[in-house]
Write a new protein. Structure first.
Length: 257
């Protein structure tokens, strides 16, 4: 009996606190009351009060970090104080919600920027004073760590197949296809693997053209991917630069910081 009462009380509390959130023709309504307006340009959403004053923007970011790992978040900015923007996680009312619904839902449910009296400037300013930390999973954290290392290495490949890090030669490619120099990606259908050596002609690894895999001298393997729209990924013809970057991560002894 006691358990049933707890369940009934929980359901009653949920129904009591449930809010009817609707967006129609650019007007945001909360429990049937107009509380704000919204307009958008691509993935940038501008929230406007009922006096037609733009207050803040939410921009949806979906970017590639490295390989097939992507990061999706929002960038929040106050129109009346553009000194800084903050990056935040967002929530959606359902798995199939669009960006507009997510922007509205996050504003109301997650950050309490909009309530039944309209846009709450106090809560918006407080959010900028104490922004919550983003909840990144381990895969995303690892990808950002790899991206940071790659950026510091600043790897380029010149027109004779030399690999440079911050302008200094650190290695080179061999068995380059005919298209090298005219294209920065490997498109030739050849059964000859492209090999990588360091500046002292020590064998570091190879790109296996038939399987689109990188294999280091110590036996590590990695398959290169391309990001597509959303979070899907497919195999592609990789760039020489991306091969050099990945093998530098797989073999830390290849390029010393």
């Amino acid at each position: 009996m006691k358990g049933n009462l707890i369940i009934l009380f929980t359901i009653f509390s949920f129904l009591l606190n449930a809010q009817d959130i609707r967006t129609k023709r650019g007007i945001v309504s909360l429990d049937g009351i107009h509380v704000a307006k919204i307009s958008n340009k691509s993935s940038l959403y501008t929230f406007i009060d009922l006096k037609e004053t733009p207050i803040y923007t939410i921009e949806f970011i979906d970017k590639s970090i490295v390989d097939s790992v992507r990061d999706s978040y929002i960038k929040l900015n106050r129109i009346y104080n553009r000194d800084s923007s903050i990056e935040l996680d967002y929530i959606s009312p359902s798995a199939f919600s669009g960006e507009e619904k997510s922007a509205v839902y996050t504003s109301i449910k997650e950050f309490k920027i909009i309530d039944n009296r309209g846009i709450n400037i106090k809560n918006l300013d407080e959010l900028f004073k104490n922004p919550p930390k983003r909840k990144l999973d381990n895969k995303t954290k690892e990808a950002y760590g790899i991206r940071s290392k790659i950026d510091k290495l600043n790897i380029t490949v010149n027109n004779v197949g030399e690999i440079l890090s911050n302008g200094i030669p650190v290695g080179y490619f061999t068995n380059l296809p005919i298209s090298f120099g005219s294209e920065d990606v490997i498109t030739d259908k050849t059964f000859m693997d492209i090999e990588i050596y360091d500046a002292n002609s020590k064998y570091i690894g190879k790109y296996i053209t038939t399987t689109k895999q990188i294999k280091t001298a110590n036996g590590k393997t990695f398959t290169l991917y391309r990001e597509m729209s959303g979070r899907a990924s497919i195999l592609k013809f990789p760039a020489y630069k991306s091969i050099a970057e990945r093998i530098a991560i797989m073999d830390p002894n290849f390029i010393k910081m």
